[in-house]
Ligand binder design. Structure first.
Ligand SMILES: Nc1ncnc2c1ncn2[C@@H]1O[C@H](COP(=O)(O)OP(=O)(O)O)[C@@H](O)[C@H]1O
Ligand SMILES: [Mg+2]
Length: 385
């Protein structure tokens, strides 16, 4: 405690003589203590409400309050102010009870002297301050514990959310893998059919031509050989087309851009739809094989849809890569459609296939289209998962 600090003391005491004694003793220490005196508890409480009091010297037997209750009311009213009960000599039990309830000290009226009073008042104020500091520290700690608990609980909620989200993602991945197998099976069926219908037919024709050649007179065999040669040429063409549809060797050998350039040329000559290709960031680099394949297939399917459904003779393709993503976009100004409807109708295998390819690589496919508004198919494929 700083020596020169003034301690404001409120004496609540109805006995005139006792009050005079205390006033006299405190008056000798007027540099340190300022004393105010009131004789009723209510007046004392009103004064305390005004603030500025550090310490109450409290007589327990007042005209408007008696015994321990006097202390309790004062303490409840001003819990931050130090209280020294003034009790009748011999009433030790009452004084101790007051200490237990929060009084800082007690004095027996009959045996007060100056030294005792001053020391008791100093210590009471000091002890009260210590208690208050401790209480504040405790409150702060409590508050921090509460905050930390709330933080932990929030973190826990987040973690739970992430676990749920992750389960959902795993579930989705399983579903997609399953779909992928289905899609592969469908592709195989198509190849089988094409082999049977297209290649098989020509082979049957060739067989017939050769069989006939064995039965024809020698001078007609030459003609028959020419027929066979035409069929073989056709066969070679069909097999090459089929093989290219399955997987252009270029995609493996030269990468996405070259495979696309080659495909666009073939597409334009087969469909009559002109293609404008813009590209950035993919010229001199190879991406992961599954990303190149997905991008190629998505462009291929989107272009097929343009030729089949959009009713246009022009389409734009954009392929660009930065450090994180490969972005492909196929845009036409054609008749457009309702992508949500088409996808949820459950019949679309082309659109769903594109979306699944993108999702399997952790990317996404966004189709912007509406009747009469053209169509834009956008796929974003992350380069690193
Ligand atoms: N570029 C487009 N322009 C107009 N309609 C389209 C386009 N792409 C897709 N569609 C519509 O979406 C439907 C579903 O497409 P898709 O799943 O590829 O199936 P498919 O091409 O076999 O019909 C098509 O039947 C068509 O009506
Ligand atoms: Mg299609």
């Amino acid at each position: 405690m700083v020596e020169c600090e003034t301690i404001h003391v409120l004496l609540i005491e109805d006995d005139f003589a006792s009050a005079e004694i205390v006033k006299g003793l405190v008056g000798e220490e007027s540099r340190t203590f300022k004393l105010e005196w009131l004789s009723h508890l209510q007046a004392g409480l009103d004064r305390l409400a005004g603030g500025g009091i550090d310490l109450v010297l409290l007589d327990f037997g007042l005209p408007d309050s008696e015994g321990l209750e006097t202390f309790q009311r004062t303490h409840e009213h001003s819990p931050g102010v130090a209280i020294i009960p003034l009790t009748a000599t011999g009433d030790e039990a009452l004084a101790l009870r007051a200490i237990q309830l929060g009084a800082q000290d007690y004095l027996f009226k009959g045996s007060i002297n100056r030294q005792l009073l001053v020391r008791s008042m100093r210590y009471a104020v000091e002890r009260k301050r210590g208690e208050e500091a401790l209480r504040r520290a405790h409150d702060e700690l409590e508050q921090r514990v509460k905050e930390r608990t709330a933080e932990l609980s929030a973190a826990n909620d987040l973690l739970t959310e992430q676990i749920v989200e992750r389960r959902r993602a795993e579930e989705e991945l399983r579903r997609l893998s399953h779909r992928l197998v289905e899609v592969q099976e469908i592709e195989r069926r198509n190849i089988a059919r094409e082999l049977h219908d297209e290649v098989g037919q020509v082979l049957t024709g060739l067989k017939l031509v050769i069989e006939m050649a064995t039965r024809l007179p020698v001078e007609q065999v030459n003609d028959q050989c020419q027929k066979a040669q035409l069929l073989v040429n056709e066969l070679m063409g069909r097999v090459r087309d089929l093989s290219l549809d399955l997987r252009p060797a270029m995609l493996d050998d030269l990468g996405l851009l070259h495979a696309l350039l080659w495909h666009l040329e073939r597409y334009s000559s087969q469909t009559g739809v002109r293609v404008t290709l813009a590209h950035t960031g993919v010229e001199n680099q190879r991406l992961k094989s599954e990303i190149e394949t997905a991008a190629y297939r998505i462009v291929q399917e989107a272009l097929t849809n343009v030729a089949r459904h959009a009713g246009v003779d022009e389409v734009k393709v954009n392929v660009s890569a930065d450090a994180e993503n490969l972005f492909v976009q196929v845009t036409d100004q054609g008749r457009g459609f309702d992508p949500q409807g088409a996808l949820s109708a459950g019949e679309s295998s082309g659109l769903a296939g594109m979306r699944e390819r993108a999702q399997l690589l952790g990317g996404k496919l966004i189709i912007n289209s509406a009747a009469g508004e053209g169509t834009s198919v956008n796929a974003l494929l992350p380069l690193e998962e």
